[in-house]
Design a protein around this ligand. Structure first.
Ligand code: KIV
Length: 268
């Protein structure tokens, strides 16, 4: 049995300039497939949109993240598992954040939690880290803030936005996060962040200079219509599944399935 990666191992990958491979994972069978190729699996709150069809990540609950977190930990033995903290589960107070984050860690067995935000939640990150909870940050475009931005918009396009991204990166690093996701930021700003960061920067729509990359697994597998410029389809599983289901439906209707190989004979 291989040994699961630790926070120290992820940080060491940056120090060795070895790219950090990350994907989202939400279920046991998916984690079993991704685990040996990834350094880090993120149980992202994007599962609200991807698995449950919500319009945003805002309706996801702590209980739901715990259910999926447990499945991903069970389905993996190599990757570090990080679970996203849902909107509203850590912003009220440092105490609320500790209560929910410690529950997620204790009930799922994951190694770290991820919180969206920079300067505004730096004190909370510090509090959690001081109490022994490893935290991954998430800055740049923060999907939980899409109502405030007026959409899922690229950050860093003007001076104010650039300064905010840089300030958020500094705040998250100073607060003691072990790594952070940098999402949908212009390449020049992303490169500035990557150059100055002493902790691993995991890019999604950021820059090839990031220490690692992450994508939503179902996006890169081509399960949906391509939604964002930063997504690359490494497969077309959506089309593949549709073709398979079409063949199955045809054979059932033609009564050619089940065939001889798929039925039990009394004598065999
Ligand atoms: O929820 C999620 O899947 C994420 C990734 C896109 C980084 O936060």
């Amino acid at each position: 049995m291989s040994k699961r990666k630790s926070i120290k191992d992820i940080v060491a990958l940056k120090e060795l300039s070895n790219p950090i491979v990350c994907l989202t994972s939400y279920t046991y069978p998916q984690s079993k497939i991704l685990d040996k190729h990834c350094d880090l699996l993120l149980v992202g709150d994007s599962l609200g949109m991807v698995l449950y069809g919500y319009d945003s990540t805002l309706t996801v609950s702590v209980d739901l993240m715990i259910q999926h977190g447990k499945a991903v930990v069970k389905g993996s033995e190599n990757s570090l598992v990080v679970v996203d903290m849902p909107f509203g589960s850590y912003q009220k107070s440092k105490e609320q954040a500790f209560e929910n984050c410690s529950r997620v860690i204790a009930e799922t067995g994951c190694q770290a939690v991820k919180l969206e935000g920079g300067v505004e939640i730096a004190e909370t990150i510090k509090h959690l880290v001081d109490l022994g909870i490893p935290v991954m940050g998430h800055i740049g475009m923060k999907p939980q803030h899409h109502n405030a931005y007026g959409g899922f918009t690229v950050q860093g396009k003007d001076e104010v936005s650039r300064d905010k991204v840089l300030a958020d990166a500094k705040a998250v690093i100073d607060a003691g996060a072990f790594s952070f996701v940098l999402e949908a930021v212009t390449e020049d700003v992303a490169n500035e962040v990557c150059k100055s960061s002493v902790i691993p920067v995991i890019g999604i729509g950021a820059s090839a200079e990031a220490d690692g990359q992450i994508l939503v697994c179902e996006d890169m597998l081509g399960m949906f219509e391509k939604s964002a410029k930063f997504v690359k389809n490494y497969a077309e599983l959506g089309q593949g599944i549709e073709k398979a289901v079409e063949s199955y439906a045809k054979e059932v209707r033609e009564r050619t399935f089940p065939g001889e190989d798929n039925i039990y004979k009394k004598s065999a």
